[in-house]
Design a protein around this ligand. Structure first.
Ligand code: APR
Length: 235
């Protein structure tokens, strides 16, 4: 089976009702990045940050995967699919995707404030456990914090993601403005003879000047079109 690697961003979950970051009215308009998505912001006001992610985690209970997530999961019948996502929601998994690499962490997980990437301290919250409080402690006695990669923090999964990008037979980009590195740099590791598709209703600047098949549509419609293209392609 051909290896299909799909890099997704916030636009992938837009049709599920989760706001993107940089679209007008996006998340960062309401909550400045510095305050809620940096280690400095967390150190300055941990409760504000804990509450910000509590609100996003609670929202997860009321949203569900969209057609685009489902179509991606369905492609596992035809391809060896790896999803590399910048999203911290679990909608790819809930749609049935079996191999999802989260570059920026996962909303339904919490961890130690002292050693956030120590697997010993990473805990998965049940949906009903959505609310983390100040005073809830990790195994090492530090405050439980979101298992999210904040700006300026290491992206432990990037090496794994690069290996998949290097071995892709087909590379697809859906719903990301490619503003944030190292995720945005994955395209550079895709061999030059590998076809690249990009699904986004807006124009996305591709720095590398690489030839990309653009599908100027939303994730669900775009995935319908891409599925037809990929399944009708001569092997
Ligand atoms: N379908 C597909 N794409 C869409 C849709 C849709 N229905 N609606 C919007 N988009 C596109 C936008 O045009 C934009 O290109 O999704 C993209 C969203 O871009 P951003 O808001 O910048 O989100 P993302 O690229 O995922 O941000 C990367 O930055 O904010 C940090 O850590 C955060 O993971 C995030 C990272």
């Amino acid at each position: 089976m051909k290896k299909l690697v799909i890099l997704t961003g916030a636009g992938m979950s837009a049709e599920s009702g989760i706001s993107t970051f940089r679209d007008s009215g996006g998340l960062w308009e309401q909550y400045p990045v510095e305050q809620v998505a940096t280690p400095e912001g967390y150190a300055a006001n941990p409760k504000l940050v804990i509450d910000f992610y509590n609100a996003r985690r609670k929202e997860l209970q009321h949203v569900k995967p969209n057609r685009g997530h489902e179509l991606i999961a369905g492609l596992e019948k035809h391809f060896d699919v790896t999803v590399i996502t910048q999203n911290v929601d679990n909608l790819h998994e809930r749609a049935g995707s079996h191999h999802v690499i989260h570059l920026h962490g996962e909303l339904d997980k919490v961890t130690s404030s002292r050693e956030p990437n120590n697997p010993k301290y990473i805990k998965t919250l049940k949906p009903e456990e959505w609310e983390v409080k100040m005073g809830d402690l990790a195994g090492d006695g530090s405050q439980l914090r979101p298992f999210i990669v904040w700006f300026g923090e290491a992206v432990p999964m990037i090496e794994t993601a690069i290996e998949y990008a290097e071995r892709a037979d087909i590379f697809v980009i859906i719903g990301t403005s490619l503003n944030v590195y190292p995720a945005a740099g994955l395209l550079y590791y895709v061999p030059s003879d590998v076809p690249v598709y990009l699904i986004d209703p807006k124009e996305v600047a591709i720095a590398s000047g690489r030839k990309v098949h653009v599908i100027r549509k939303g994730a669900s419609e775009g995935m319908e079109e891409l599925k037809n293209m990929l399944l009708n392609e001569p092997d």
